[in-house]
Design a protein around this ligand. Structure first.
Ligand SMILES: [Zn+2]
Length: 305
């Protein structure tokens, strides 16, 4: 096996260990799991924050986790040793290093790469965050979710039936899959470390989680005389408004203001009077229905898209 392949494997295994550490209640990464990888680049990227070791190590003889004691040798130098199973085993203090792992910088990078916009909001404390949306596609980040959590918070999550759930590892994915049918984007499957230990994303794979019609189109104002085409476009814009209003309602308890005809017109590239004509069109039942309910709290709350 070549050196390159070998170090790729080391980085891959290390990165998966790091992502698994995110899922711990107390996200601490211990030096013994470095597996030959370098911790410093992750410190620079804000993923690792050096933390105080608990000064325990596993005794190679009896396998117990025992406190490490510091004594002076004949030259007055510190010696770290395990006061267990005589003769006491010396410990390299580097082995005792630990880091707190921080998922924030990773999520920031992911959000930027995926083109997700919108304010980030914690919707379940320490468990679920709304990251924002790319076009119509809403993204939630979920972590440390247990089966008990799902019983408690399932109803909150079911308010986002079309959201993509971003999770660190497939362990979290498999728990979510038991009760929820949302698509899961597993960070372990779309991210890796390059040879400089920089986090890189598999962008084409991330794009498969964004519905083609939800991808942002360049804004173009196309004037078309055909009223039925404009009616269709207005239906689409109102649906988008209703989705946004529903999410906003469940997050804040407030209702978004009903869009003005003028604004709807601007979105589809027609004048306000043309919007009004479309809404009154005898063949525009659906458009009229959506327009009438665009500020109806009961209708919006249960809007399924
Ligand atoms: Zn021992």
């Amino acid at each position: 096996m070549s050196m390159i392949t070998d170090s790729t494997r080391v980085r891959t295994e290390f990165w998966h260990r790091v992502l698994s550490a995110f899922t711990l209640e107390k996200p601490i990464f211990e030096a013994e799991f470095l597996l030959g990888a370098r911790p410093q680049p992750l410190v620079r990227q804000g993923i690792f924050v050096p933390d105080t070791p608990d000064r325990k190590a596993q005794c190679p003889i009896c396998n117990e986790y025992t406190p490490v004691e510091v004594v002076k040798d004949a030259d007055g130098q510190d010696i770290y040793r395990l006061a267990c199973c005589y003769p006491f085993k010396r410990i390299n203090p580097k082995r005792l290093r630990v880091w707190r792992v921080c998922e924030g910088p990773l999520i920031d990078r992911f959000v930027k790469t995926a083109g997700i916009k919108g304010p980030r909001k914690e919707i379940i404390p320490q468990r679920a965050w709304r990251l924002g949306r790319h076009g119509q596609q809403v993204f939630l980040y979920l972590n440390r979710v247990t089966m008990d959590d799902l019983k408690t918070f399932g109803p909150v999550l079911s308010r986002f039936p079309n959201a993509v759930f971003v999770v660190p590892t497939n362990v979290i994915q498999s728990r979510l899959e038991i009760t929820l049918s949302n698509r899961c984007l597993v960070l372990a499957e779309v991210s890796s470390l390059d040879s400089d230990y920089r986090i890189v994303f598999d962008t084409p794979r991330i794009e498969t989680f964004i519905e083609p019609e939800a991808r942002e189109k360049p804004k173009s104002v196309v004037r078309r005389g055909n009223r039925s085409v404009n009616i269709e476009k207005l239906v689409h814009e109102l649906r988008q408004h209703l989705l946004a209003a529903r999410d906003h309602y469940w997050e804040t308890g407030n209702l978004l203001p009903k869009p003005k005809m003028e604004d709807l017109g601007r979105m589809v590239g027609i004048e306000k009077y043309a919007v009004s004509r479309c809404i009154r069109d005898p063949d525009a039942d659906k458009l009229r229905f959506l327009w009438q309910h665009a500020d109806d709290i009961d209708f919006i709350r249960d809007w399924k898209g």
